[in-house]
Design a protein around this ligand. Sequence first.
Ligand SMILES: Cc1cc2nc3c(=O)[nH]c(=O)nc-3n(C[C@H](O)[C@H](O)[C@H](O)COP(=O)(O)OP(=O)(O)OC[C@H]3O[C@@H](n4cnc5c(N)ncnc54)[C@H](O)[C@@H]3O)c2cc1C
Length: 328
Amino acid sequence: MNEYRGVWTLAEVREGRVHPVSYELLAWGRNLADSLEVPLSAVLLGSNVAGQADDLIAGGADQVYVVDTPELASFLADSYTKTLAALVQRHKPEIFIASATSTGRTIMPLLYVDAETGLTADCTELTIEKAERLLLQTRPAIGGNVMADIRTPLGRPQMCTVRPRSKKPLPVDRSRTGKVFRESVDKRDLSSVMKLLEFLPEKNVGAPLQDAEIIVSGGKGMKNAKNFAMLEELARLLGGSVGASRTAVDLNWAPYSSQVGLSGKSVTPKLYIACGISGAVQHLAGMSASDTVIAINTDPEAPIFRVADLAIVGDVLEVVPALIGRLK
Ligand SMILES: Cc1cc2nc3c(=O)[nH]c(=O)nc-3n(C[C@H](O)[C@H](O)[C@H](O)COP(=O)(O)OP(=O)(O)OC[C@H]3O[C@@H](n4cnc5c(N)ncnc54)[C@H](O)[C@@H]3O)c2cc1C
């Protein structure tokens, strides 16, 4: 294990550009690398992306490992995993972190199995236990009721994902210098059994949920898909986005991209309006950190009211249209 040194972050590329979450990760990684007194490296995979390595250095990286090849033009889980696994084996980082985006959540589980180490998903805090060079990975557990500190004493790299928007990027510093390593990998590692056919952007109302300051969310109490249109109208009037419970998503009333909760997105808006949502722990795990929660439910005993700042006991199909009418 002593051969493993250095902190790595995964730079994500979307539509040819390094995505902003990559710079948030560098802010996380910078603290860890400074604490361990090792270099901070970003790993950049893609096609025609090498030119952006300098941006990562300006964003806090000391080193950038780049694999720039047409085979990596689109994100395909198998070729990306094999490429990363080859780099990990070659350079042996002691810590490897990624963002808990769909890319990070797809690739890190595949990679940690390959590396036979451990992985903690969705961390909210990362610190170093210096004596043992251990990464303390803190995340909510048991439906968000406790914060668990997780260590990986027996595997390397120590791997985790952190929630997007959980840290501000470092100020851009164009005077920073660093090293860029162009890496090559075996053609077999670049091959994929998959082919990207088409890219379909999300069709949600408003900003992506994780960026939204106001979220109007619907559950089974909305009764049917058609009634979700009134949540869209309310969201539009408030300048917000539409979320949903898992039941509403399972019933096809809303897309999976709008699911809030343990197996959906974690959101921290200024205002969360829960319409016809019971407030199961798995739902609360994704939204209880919202600044203000308004819940509308016919059942005065609904658990959602325990986290609500304002409880409206009533029928959503009456309350929401009344709200829309007032706002108009
Ligand atoms: C491993 C695991 C992961 C999960 N992940 C998630 C997740 O990410 N997100 C998630 O949401 N759930 C998740 N769940 C499911 C979760 O346990 C609940 O089943 C789900 O959240 C319930 O959705 P709901 O509140 O829409 O439906 P229900 O629990 O059926 O609640 C409907 C609510 O609507 C109210 N209501 C009915 N009619 C009206 C009306 N006319 N006006 C106002 N209120 C009305 C009812 O009183 C009730 O409180 C997960 C479960 C498991 C086991």
